[in-house]
Design a protein around this ligand. Sequence first.
Ligand code: ACO
Length: 323
Amino acid sequence: MTLRAVVRGVGHYLPARVMPNAEFEATLDTTDDWIRARTGIERRHIAAEGETTSDLAVAAAEAALTDAGLRATDIDALIVATSTADFTFPSAATMVQARLGMTGGFAFDVQAVCAGFVFALAQANALIVSGAARRVMVIGSETFSRLMDWTDRSTCVLFGDGAGALILEAGEGSGTPADRGVLAFDLHSDGRFKDILHVDGGVSTGTTGHLRMQGKEVFRHAVEKLAETAHAALDKAGLSGADVDWIVPHQANLRIISATAQRMQVPMERVVVTVQDHGNTSAASIPLALSVGRDRGQIRPGDLIVTEAIGGGLAWGAVVLRW
Ligand code: ACO
């Protein structure tokens, strides 16, 4: 018998305000056409004034609990992947824990920027297969709109706000790739690339700061590293691109998504794409896409899924799981 971390429920939340590309035309030297052609993004959701990352996370968590038919007190561990926690501390996760009424267990944040959900999913898997926790909720929640320099057309058109949540629970498997649950993961980081994607604020400056990016450089690393890590995770699971039912990629740019799928020899019909509606929601993008993909009827029980992401650090990785 092999312990597996099996998906029990999924949910998401998007702030009410939708901002179409055309809105940028009033304040920036950009066009809807440019943004669509270079990124695939058509619109994004923007958190209301006073609406925080933990607010979004609580709404996504409640949707996932309803989907799973569970109460917050049934969860042993809660992980929030975020780079935009409401405060320096406490963690977003402990704030969400309190608001959900989860009085036991433990909660903590994972910070690996756009790769945060993949790192958090690997942590949740480790907690479950080691027997440390039976049910783990993994949330990706972000308000990147708060990190934008709204005068910088090369970054502010790319990002949006949102949250997604996944509940995993211990299940018995046979130890083969036919098992449901997390089958393998592959994680990397390389701090030498800090300057190509970072926020120029924090405790050291006394400001929140703004996201700064060398877009072309990030693009180059993304295309190269995402296919590599996805292949490595599939290898560890004893599988290949031909076995994949759905790539659920980090949603940053349609050109990165399609170049990665091409390198993996997976056709775009087998890729869940939400970037047109959400923009880049950093650590929230994969759980959002899992939830939307499930709601659309794309992702079904037994499907083999590869998630892959890269972000600031640089940090990148992939998780292979059977839904
Ligand atoms: N509207 C119009 N023109 C623009 C805009 C805009 N919003 N933004 C940049 N430009 C201009 C640039 O100033 C440049 O003008 P110049 O030639 O006069 O200097 C021109 O467009 C071309 O710029 P490039 O940077 O060469 O454009 P590129 O095709 O590389 O696309 C983009 C830029 C979309 C940012 C791309 O590099 C990219 O997607 N990079 C990946 C970055 C990313 O997704 N980061 C997210 C975080 S990490 C992650 O999640 C993977």
